[in-house]
Design a protein around this ligand. Structure first.
Ligand code: NOJ
Length: 740
């Protein structure tokens, strides 16, 4: 009787799981496969190759003059940058009313951290250590984009980045695979939900597959070279998490990887992605990355590039047209097979069916404008920016400031700049919608407070003409708040830098204001770690505000004046100087770990080996005490689990959030292991004086690694487990794994 009940329960569970699975299609899977088969049978070769083509529109969202003709002939399956309900509908009508097979066009766009309401840059959002915030922002971005005719975003960007010289560090979740995977899952869920055909969801694209963030010298588009172990343990996990969360598409990257460029790499595109991970969506190349196989020196010419990319597993070609132009001759010569072309078409059509594009190809033009930048979307952007800021220094409680100060000097090139908070990928965000820090501060303080503003200098260039005014208003005020960092064009794609110092005369501006003797608070607006050691040493308070999106100014004021207690933690290590790069917390040990008084250990002669700020670091207006680390057992089996718990107490005087972090270290293994690996984190809220027990479950599976035989294994032996508020200040205990 019992087992019958159990079987029923199991069946109900299986049905429920299938219904709730992220891969739910509008029609059943076999029905979809039948429809794909029927369409394929009717398609000419040209129409098939047309589905593999994606072309660019105009920056303002309109399509190009050639698009309607190509679509009418069935030669264009997808566009990027064409957006706006009217533009997309117009083009879609050509596909649905005038083309032979009526296959809808798939409209893609880079909705990286917001469509019209812009959220903090992804690196900032990752500083919240709150994946729910990322799910919320991507879900709002999906809604806005969808109402503007966009059905597909080229996001989330999942590249692990250990090198702040690389401008695209701004687009990802930082340096850690565990944190990166948590944000990958959240962002895929936010964009796609459990069913991306829902009227408020869009298709996501995990990019850039893969190891693009490891580009040599931090120079964009450059070569990467690394062991398969590092690939699998550091660079793959966020992608694996995205695939497991049901991501519909993946973008092959620009970079070479161990001699085989990623847009023609059968190992990554086919063996791992489709073979090991069972990904059944489609792969789009990055912008002209198929054609660029010639520059890489892998392809001899255009047809060769098309052959290599298609055969490796790229399905859709972005912007270059080699599949289209060279497909027929390659097929004739037997260099690609009909089956390969059909399979690529099949994968693309599968996603178009799952998206519900055939049933709902159009967008309601009447709803578009009222659904963008709504008050509630703005409120969400502000709340997420509030959670994303990182308090780097706060000597003698310099912050928060009183709202009733007599006078405040707001200074710096980014104090009233509308563009920088939007970052490089600003979707359809408009600078005029941005709340600048100056506006946010004015709205926050008492009407009696005098707020003066001086720009001081630009983010670039040598002029110090504005210094005198800046110094004068600082002298006349109770406190100076200086906003420095990077402007939007200094971050993002093709924005590599050889120096992480503040550009132009910004550092001199901070020094000049500081020299007035007035308390000088520095707020950084930037998209990557910066080498600001002087500021950290000399000024009383430093707030990392990142590029906070449309509501940045209000959120900054929330934190500066104490309506919000800062709670962000750095998702990336901050170097003291660019010469320390790459510097990341989860490095291997050396045979000679650094020792202060021993020359022959691993360090630098001219700078300390330690970072300016470690991974996971961030302060609060209150103080937390973490104590009483306990493990459920001294040993576990390789299939077991361990409970790890600590007490966390708010010993300060105001409520706040702490991000409790759990790291492990495999003490001796068959291959060397990182000195620390993040394996858990929890963001908790504690009232003043409140104490909570925080529990983590560590599965033995999380303690394994890819061994010399390139198999994932959990080895027996001693492990350290460490818990604390950042990757440096940790309580420590040990346990062992015993293999039976
Ligand atoms: C090139 C970028 O690398 C990629 O991230 C982006 O999605 C495409 N351009 C399309 O804009």
């Amino acid at each position: 009787m019992r087992s019958v009940k159990f079987t029923w329960l199991l069946m109900i569970f299986v049905v429920l799981a299938a219904t709730l699975s992220p891969r739910v299609a509008t029609s059943s899977q076999s029905e979809t496969e039948k429809r794909i088969g029927a369409l394929l049978a009717r398609m000419t070769l040209a129409e098939k190759l047309g589905q593999l083509q994606q072309l660019d529109g105009e920056g303002n969202g309109t399509f190009r003059p050639e698009h309607p003709d190509l679509i009418r002939e069935g030669l264009l399956g997808s566009t990027l940058n064409v957006r706006g309900a009217k533009n997309t509908n117009q083009l879609q009508h050509v596909a649905m009313d005038e083309s032979r097979l009526k296959i809808p066009v798939l409209f893609g766009f880079d909705v990286i951290h917001g469509y019209r309401t812009i959220f903090p840059i992804p690196l900032a959002e990752a500083s919240s250590w709150d994946p729910a915030s990322a799910q919320r922002s991507t879900s709002i971005a999906a809604q806005e984009a969808r109402n503007s005719g966009v059905r597909w975003t080229f996001a989330p960007m999942l590249d692990i980045a250990r090198d702040p010289r690389w401008g695209r560090i701004t687009e990802g979740a930082g340096e850690d695979p565990f944190l990166g995977a948590a944000f990958a899952r959240a962002r895929v869920r936010g964009f796609q939900g459990t069913d991306y055909s829902a009227p408020d969801k869009i298709l996501a694209c995990a990019k850039h597959w893969v190891a693009y963030g490891a580009t040599e010298g931090g120079r964009d588009y450059n070569t990467t070279d690394m062991s398969e172990n590092t690939l699998r343990e550091i660079y793959f996990p966020p992608f694996k998490a995205a695939v497991d969360a049901g991501v519909g598409t993946v973008m092959s990257a620009f970079n070479d990887l161990n001699g085989v460029p990623t847009s023609a790499n059968p190992f990554t595109l086919t063996k791992v992605l489709r073979g090991e991970w069972k990904f059944d969506g489609f792969v789009v190349s990055d912008y002209t990355s198929v054609k660029e196989l010639i520059n890489h020196g892998l392809a001899a010419d255009d047809p060769d590039a098309a052959r290599l990319a298609l055969n490796a597993g790229v399905d859709m070609e972005m912007v270059s047209r080699l599949f289209n132009q060279r497909g027929p001759e390659l097929l004739k010569e037997g260099k690609i097979s009909q089956a390969t072309i059909d399979e690529a078409v099949r994968r693309i059509l599968r996603i178009k069916f799952r998206l519900g594009l055939f049933e709902h190809p159009y967008t309601d033009e009447a709803r578009e404008s009222s659904s963008l930048l709504t008050a509630s979307n703005r409120a969400a952007a502000r709340a997420i920016a509030d959670r994303s800021m990182v308090l780097l220094k706060n000597e003698r409680a310099a912050l928060p400031l009183s709202k009733a100060l007599h006078s405040i000097a707001v200074i710096g090139p980014l104090a009233d700049d509308h563009r920088s908070p939007l970052g490089w990928w600003s979707g359809d965000g408009k600078p005029e919608d941005t709340v600048t820090p100056l506006t946010g501060i004015r709205a926050k303080v008492s009407p009696a407070t005098k707020v003066s503003y001086a720009k001081g200098c630009d983010t670039q260039g040598d002029s110090t003409e504005g210094f005198a005014e800046a110094v004068a208003i600082a002298r006349d005020s109770d406190v100076a708040i200086v906003f420095v960092g990077e402007s939007a064009e200094m971050v993002g794609e093709a924005a590599s830098k050889s120096s992480l110092d503040l550009t132009g005369r910004q550092m001199d501006l901070v020094k000049a204001v500081h020299a007035t003797g007035k308390p000088t608070i520095v707020v950084l607006i930037n998209g990557r770690p910066l080498t600001v050691g002087w500021i950290v040493e000399n000024t009383p308070a430093v707030l990392e505000a990142w590029m906070g999106g449309t509501e940045a100014g209000n959120a900054i004021a929330d934190v500066l004046f104490g309506d919000v207690n800062p709670s962000g933690k750095l998702p990336v290590t901050w170097p003291r100087t660019v010469g320390q790069v790459p510097i990341y917390y989860n490095h291997m040990n050396t045979g000679r770990p650094p020792e202060a008084n021993n020359r022959y250990t691993s360090k630098y002669l001219d700078v300390p080996w330690t970072p300016l700020f470690p991974f996971g670091y961030g302060l609060s207006y209150t103080q937390f005490k973490i104590s009483n680390l306990q493990l459920s057992a001294p040993r576990i089996s390789s299939a077991g689990k361990l409970m790890v718990s600590v007490d966390v107490e708010n010993v300060g005087r105001r409520a706040g959030d702490e991000v409790v972090q759990l790291y492990i270290h495999d003490v001796a293994a068959s291959m060397t292991r990182p000195v620390k690996e993040l394996k858990g984190f929890q963001r908790i809220t504690l009232a003043a004086g409140e104490k909570k027990r925080v529990d983590f479950t560590l599965e033995a599976e999380q303690l394994g690694f890819w061994n010399r035989e390139m198999r994932f294994a959990v080895e027996s032996g001693e492990f350290k487990v460490m818990v604390g508020p950042n990757s440096e200040e940790l309580l420590e205990a040990t346990f062992t794994i015993e293999n039976q």
